[in-house]
Every structure is written in structure tokens, then in C-alpha cells.
Design a binder for this molecule. Structure first.
Ligand code: ATP
Length: 264
């Protein structure tokens, strides 16, 4: 369904959510990204696959502005953001989750989400205590529900199961009306049940929110993505619909043939 929305917005002439043109990133002599060009349409859900060292995290770091590309250009919703610092990209609706947890363990689920909503809103330094029913408090409640954590709303983060903590990280990324989210291996370390829940949460996000997801679990990646980019040695190796990638003999040889370990 997200594919339909993406196609409709694109046909209407809407600027791409994300556009990379000739992006390279070197660390000394090491080429982590080489001449990456890609276009992600509004509402599109893109999986980025590739073995260790393929360049996936460096790609995310260039998109967020954590690393400057050595060369090339990055556009967000039609605007050239190549020289923008990360906070300017966040202001334009870009969000990211990390492999490491950035949660406040000593606070409840709802307080973590409320603080995230507060952090991306105007007046974020106000010390006025929130009341239930104010707009931000309501947004926090909605986000907790969107990631299926309403039953543990008042629990301390430290007491949550690992999978629930990952779900909470998704809620934080959803704070403040994001338009495009980068998910960095959200399924890592999850049980099969938790993975199924994650798939439900990601596929249930509002259709106008596009995302890019780094995922080693092929099953998760192919189910939550409408399009897949396969990277290898800092370059784009293949791009296509999930079924095209799954059936591609070269992808199978490089990735799926790795003994069921997702090419790691
Ligand atoms: N800050 C850095 N300094 C030096 N080299 C780096 C840095 N970050 C990444 N690299 C190198 O760039 C290459 C690409 O790394 P990157 O982390 O982007 O790959 P990846 O596809 O995300 O791998 P993984 O699946 O292990 O996270 C690797 O050779 C890595 O060692």
C-alpha cells in the first residue's frame, strides 16, 4: 500500500524524499562509500542490505549529517542539505534510530516519549509540568500506542524486555512529525515473536512517513520494504523490488548463500 502512495506522490511531481548524487566517503585511503546515487520517493520504504563493511552505516551517517561526504550531494525533500548540520536535517523531518540504546532507563515509557516530543517542539526548555490532555502529552500517548507499548506505559525503561526497548526507540524517532526515518538494524537481538511485532509496527506506520532500514535479517527486510538496495564494498550492487532482490542469482550467491547468516 505504501508503494501506491509513493507512486502517487511521485506522479504528482512531489520532490523525492531523499536523493543522493555521486556520494563518496573516504576514511584516509579507505573508500567506505563510492559514487552512491539513489532516489527514494516520498512514502517509500527502502531496505539497505549488505555484509559487514559494505558501507551501510556510513551511508546513514552521511544522510544525517554526522559525517560529511568527501564528494557528492544529498537532497532532502528537494532541498540540498549536503552542508547542513544534523539539527537542520532533523528540523526538516529527518529522524534516526541507533544500534545502541539512547533511552533514559530511570524514567517511565511515557516520560521518555514525552521528553522526545518536547525536545523537537518549540518551547522545549520550559519547566512547566505537563498535564494530561495537552497536545504534546496526547502525542506521546498516541506514539506509545503506535509502538504497542500502552500496557507498559508507566513502567520504568530499565524493567522493559529488550524488544520493548527497541519499540520505544521507534516511538522516540516518531516524535515531532517526522517525514523520513533511518532505522539502524531495529531487529538485531530480537526474538521471533518480537520480530513479528516489529514488522507489524513498521508496516503500520502512517503511509506518508518514508523510511530506510538497515537490516541483516532478510525476512524482516523484505517484508517491511517496498524497495531494496543491496550494497557491497561501498557501492550499490543491486536495486529492485523485494521479490526481484530475493530471486536475483547474483544476490543469492553473494548474500543468501552465506549459510543462512544473512551474509555477516
Ligand atoms: N569512523 C571511521 N573511521 C575509519 N573507518 C571507518 C569509519 N567508519 C566506517 N569505517 C570503515 O568504512 C567501511 C564501511 O563501514 P560501515 O560501518 O559503513 O559498514 P556497514 O555496512 O555499516 O557494516 P556493519 O554491518 O558491520 O555495520 C568499513 O571498512 C569500516 O571499517
Amino acid at each position: 500500500m505504501a508503494e501506491t502512495v509513493a507512486a502517487r506522490l511521485s506522479a504528482a511531481g512531489t520532490a523525492a524524499a531523499l536523493e543522493l548524487r555521486g556520494v563518496s566517503r573516504y576514511f584516509g585511503a579507505l573508500a567506505a562509500l563510492v559514487d552512491i546515487s539513489m532516489t527514494v520517493r516520498p512514502g517509500e520504504r527502502r531496505a539497505v542490505l549488505g555484509s559487514n563493511g559494505a558501507g551501510k552505516t556510513t551511508l546513514f551517517n552521511c544522510i544525517t549529517g554526522d559525517f560529511a561526504p568527501t564528494s557528492g550531494a544529498i537532497r532532502l525533500f528537494g532541498e540540498d542539505v549536503t552542508a547542513f548540520p544534523p539539527y537542520e536535517r532533523i528540523r526538516r523531518g529527518l529522524r534516526r534510530t541507533y544500534q545502541i540504546s539512547l533511552l533514559f532507563n530511570g524514567l517511565s515509557v511515557i516520560d521518555n516519549v514525552y521528553l522526545a516530543c518536547r525536545g523537537v517542539s518549540r518551547g522545549r526548555f520550559s519547566l512547566i509540568r505537563p498535564r494530561r490532555g495537552d497536545a504534546l502529552a496526547q502525542s506521546a500517548e498516541d506514539l506509545v500506542a503506535a509502538v504497542h507499548l500502552h500496557e507498559v506505559r508507566d513502567q520504568l525503561v530499565a524493567n522493559l524486555a529488550y524488544g520493548q526497548q527497541r519499540q520505544l526507540e521507534i516511538a522516540l524517532a516518531l516524535a515531532g512529525a517526522p517525514r523520513f526515518i533511518l532505522f539502524d538494524e531495529p531487529a538485531a537481538g530480537l526474538s521471533p515473536t518480537e520480530r513479528a511485532e516489529l514488522i507489524e509496527i513498521l508496516t503500520g506506520l502512517p503511509e506518508h512517513i518514508g523510511y530506510m532500514i538497515i537490516e541483516h535479517d532478510m525476512d524482516v527486510a523484505l517484508r517491511v520494504a517496498t524497495r531494496v538496495t543491496m550494497m557491497h564494498n561501498g557501492r550499490i550492487f543491486k536495486e529492485g523490488a523485494p521479490h526481484e532482490i530475493e530471486e536475483d542469482p547474483e544476490v543469492q550467491a553473494l548474500y543468501l548463500g552465506g549459510g543462512g547468516d544473512g551474509g555477516r
